[in-house]
Design a protein around this ligand. Sequence first.
Ligand code: BG6
Length: 486
Amino acid sequence: MSVQSQVVIIGGEGDLAFRKLYPALYSLDCEGMLADATRVFAFGRGRFEEQDFIDEVRRWVDASEYTDAIDETVWQRFSARMIRFVGDATAAESYTRLREQVGEGDRVIYLSTPPSIFSPICQALDDAGFVTPATRIVVEKPLGESRASFEEIDSHIKSVFDEQQIYRIDHYLGKETAQNLLALRFANVFFEPLWNRHYIDHVQITAAESIGVGGRWSFYDEAGALRDMVQNHLLQLLCLVSMEPPAKNRPDFVRDEKLKVLRCLKPVQAHDVGDVTVRGQYAQGRVEDESVPGYAQEQDAKSTRSNTETFVAIKAEIENTRWQGVPFYLRTGKRLAQRRLEIIIQFKPVVHKFFDSVGGNLSANQLVIRLQPNEGVELEIVNKVPGLTEQTRLQGVDLDLSFAEVFDAHRAPSAYERLLLDVMRADQTLFMRSDELCAAWDWVDGILQGWQTNGQPVANYASGSWGPSESVDLLARDRRRWFDHQ
Ligand code: BG6
């Protein structure tokens, strides 16, 4: 069913808007999800002339990996929805003018701007009387650099909007496979009974990127991998994997369960931060057959002596009945061997060694949830190798379910399509609540403080590798290893 909202994108001439938001809105239009009356107001400073702006939108829609060749009928309809609005986003006068054009009814305001101006924007919206009960606001990371700074940013938003009107985006929650995790766990009978410390040995969550940080070095150097990827994306995935089944598929039921997980994370402190975390920084190397510079040699690097981590590995523990003693190994990094986002659930071996004289290693079952690329689910099952050998030979064999093959008639929407549609439908399930972010920051702040107290250095790793050797040691100390099957 199509939804009718007036969408205002503040920062409408910015990178995120062109790369992600307009292509996502165009795709929603292709799917018939936008009502005839829906308009998209691209609020900017007037960097582009009208026609240049539309051409630029078209260029990005065309380039998006989620759109096929442009459908001219849809494009005519979509481009007619796009209204360029020039103004100062921090001035109430702009919103008084905008109000005339937007009219009454549902409004979605997307802040695609740095958080440093969220406060004056909210103030101006309020002063202009732009915020009605049917107005929702969408905000993007980075939402703070610590709990204190998050709370400060959040307080400005909350002074104008109620929690029910605030949509804090974590685009990982919009990925199809992240949502499929809920289907996998709660719509199948065979996983949930095993989903606990009795049957699961450990969990690995890897978000590996082959790209570097070139182009946004200064921003990244202030943030680092822990704030950029772990505080939000990896912790949200960890929550989906480990939360208790929510009573119903309703926003606050799901968010309550995620919050409980975050509150159960074992705090990391100065005395153990060196044992359970690894920091790395990429040096020069080769990625996908191309020679690439190290972090400190990137063209826009401002320092050759930065101590910012571009890689982090963490052994996280959830202190509750379900997960006591089951480590969750989290790992993310830039310029790694491959782009790969996956979750591996490693089950324990069978208890009774029926096959006491098997040839080869008797592996335990493994469930691999591939979020990107080649989204799918793989289940490794132990089988007998056919043959007449005296000794039974066993081997792990993959039941491999590639979504592209199984659901070939269905287009997988981008994360932003899903999330924009949910905002228009006023569904907060896939958005983070304020208390969730506070709990996530509490845990991350502990690690940051530990690093600072101990002056924990970054270990160099060659671009194109799987990170520093200390990351291998982190698991080796527990007699485990990362599953880096190529
Ligand atoms: C962003 C981070 O939130 O996520 C980037 O700021 C990172 O550093 C990106 O590259 C990864 O997103 P995706 O969807 O490509 O995995």
